[in-house]
Design a protein around this ligand. Structure first.
Ligand code: NAD
Length: 304
């Protein structure tokens, strides 16, 4: 296995002033990437601003790497456009985008304001959309791009008090699925990272001994592969504490109910068969589901 390098590559890492983003930026820079360290430097709920991005860019430069910082709010298309322009003016290309910026506004859904739901969806989903849109044409013209979204087990599986965050974190999976299809022709690969790490987002949730095992560096190791030249596409890489796994979405083969049996009671009666994973499949595009159902119906009706 050859060493994974980023020499000559330009990477933008959002929310890289702290936590996982900082580690991703440092790890990419350590392997030769020129890095735009983005962060508006706010608190965990997204309020306020600060100079965290420039601090990390300084750390990278002190270690012999190349970095510029930018305080763009990822939800603001004008600020993101300025950030991408700075990357292009400085280095002439953008090869890698790591959509990592994130905030939390946890509350049970019953107590959550729409404003808190919206703010979280804005940063995680729309921030990823705005930043991806700003580099998409550049990557298409280069015929090269590597994009990572940041998902979460809270989105993939749910987590009490995180309906806003979970919705946004699953939304980026849907975003990835279509970008994977549309980017293929241009060698743009799109993946999701579902991390678990000790950062200010998780401090206090686990005992110190557990958090010691969950250093962000353990996750960045996976990210460095995910956005590399030979990295995969449309993979949800789960990573934490040195563990790596992939989450996949499968659809069961299901059943067919002919017109004379098409009743809700029959759906209920066959629910176990509907959920039976024995012949489940991972589809490559949404239309495959339609084809599967039409094939079953056509066979019944004798339609070719
Ligand atoms: P963190 O709070 O340490 O880092 C998030 C960074 O994003 C902060 O530096 C913050 O200033 C920045 N940011 C927030 N809103 C921004 C905006 N609008 N524009 C630019 N920057 C902004 O948290 P972290 O744990 O390092 O989280 C990084 C990513 O990983 C997030 O997307 C988070 O949801 C995700 N994640 C983390 C964990 C975990 O266990 N830590 C688990 C699952 C997912």
């Amino acid at each position: 296995m050859s060493e994974i390098r980023y020499d000559g590559r330009v990477a933008i890492v959002t929310g890289a002033g702290l936590g996982l983003g900082r580690c991703h930026a440092m790890a990419l820079a350590a392997r030769g990437a020129r890095v735009v360290v983005n962060d508006l430097g706010g608190s965990v709920d997204g309020t306020g601003t600060g100079s965290a991005a420039e601090d990390v860019a300084n750390e990278i430069r002190a270690a012999g790497g190349e970095a510029i910082s930018h305080t763009a709010n990822v939800t603001r298309a004008d600020e993101v456009a300025d950030m991408v322009k700075q990357a292009m003016d400085s280095w002439g290309r953008v090869d890698v985008l790591v959509n990592n910026a994130g905030i939390l506004r946890d509350k049970s859904f019953a107590k959550m304001d729409i404003a808190d739901f919206q703010a979280v969806v804005d940063v995680h989903l729309m921030g990823s959309v705005v930043c991806t849109k700003a580099v998409w044409d550049i990557m298409r013209e280069q015929n090269y791009g590597r994009i990572a979204m940041t998902s979460s087990s809270s989105g993939l599986y749910g987590n009490f008090g995180q309906s806003n965050y979970g919705a946004a974190k699953m939304a980026v999976v849907g975003f990835m699925n279509t970008l994977h299809l549309e980017g293929q022709k241009y060698d743009i690969r799109v993946n999701c990272l579902a991390p678990t790490a000790a950062t200010r987002m998780t401090e206090g949730l686990l005992p110190p001994a557990a958090l010691d095992l969950m250093k962000p560096e353990t996750v960045s190791t996976g990210l460095v592969y995910l956005v590399s030249e030979d990295g995969p596409s449309r993979t949800i890489l789960c990573a934490g504490a040195g563990g790596f796994a992939a989450t996949k979405i499968y659809e069961t083969d299901g059943i067919y109910l002919p017109p004379e049996e098409l009743t809700p009671e029959n759906v209920a009666a066959q629910f176990d068969a509907i959920k039976d994973p024995a012949a489940q499949k991972e589809f490559q595009a949404g239309g495959e589901q339609t084809i599967k159902f039409l094939t079953k119906a056509a066979a019944h009706h004798g339609v070719k």
